[in-house]
Design a protein around this ligand. Structure first.
Ligand code: AR6
Length: 178
């Protein structure tokens, strides 16, 4: 499923984000940038130790929730990994929506700063961090649409969804968003 906005394309794909050959893939990281399970574990396993060596050196203080930092991509096919820190779901009244949108927005800003023409996102916060998939899908797509409308870049934004449920939630949100 794909949608064209000006010169940019937003598309949904079901699969494993570590196999993406785009300019930047986004990691669903934690604020200590210490690695973990889910997407984070898969990216560091496949990308090798140079990714964490670089984030340790450049960002020893970690990264605040709702923001992102960028590194090279080690053995992955992508050129960069953008480590985005989404919020833990705490019921919805702790600023989770704005923090999740911030993680997507900052990732897109970094992609543009580093001349990335294509970027792939996972469904940030919807695994270990427990964000409800339907609302997370809506926020992810609304933030991406808003960004490309304002900036006309990047050329390609892919959402790489692991499960059937994630793909269905993103498809439903994509159909509804104008
Ligand atoms: N490709 C694409 N999506 C994936 C993959 C993959 N290889 N593996 C899992 N997903 P999560 P979070 C989906 O838990 O919720 C880590 O320990 C998964 O099904 O990776 O932001 C970090 O270190 C889910 O829909 O990230 C943090 O401590 C989505 O990716 C914490 O988890 C995100 O799940 C971050 O939690």
């Amino acid at each position: 499923m794909r949608r064209q906005i000006g010169q940019s394309i937003i598309e949904l794909h079901q699969g494993d984000i570590t196999l993406e050959s785009v300019d930047a893939i986004v990691n669903a990281a934690n604020s200590h940038l210490l690695g973990g399970g889910g997407v984070d574990g898969a990216i560091h396993r496949r990308g090798g130790p140079s990714i964490m060596a670089e984030t340790d050196e450049k960002h020893p203080e970690g990264c605040p929730t709702g923001s992102a930092v960028i590194s090279t991509a080690g053995d992955l096919q992508a050129k960069h990994v953008i480590h985005a820190v989404g919020p833990r779901w705490q019921g919805g009244n702790r600023g989770e929506a704005e923090l999740l949108a911030g993680a997507y927005r900052r990732s897109l800003e970094l992609a543009v700063e580093y001349d990335c023409r294509s970027i792939s996102f996972p469904a940030i916060s919807t695994g270990v961090y427990g964000y409800p998939m339907d609302s997370a899908a809506w926020i992810a797509l609304a933030t991406a649409l808003d960004f490309v409308r304002k900036h006309g870049r990047p050329e390609l934004i892919r959402f790489v969804l692991f499960s059937d449920g994630a793909f269905e939630a993103f498809s439903a949100a994509m159909e509804q968003l104008t």
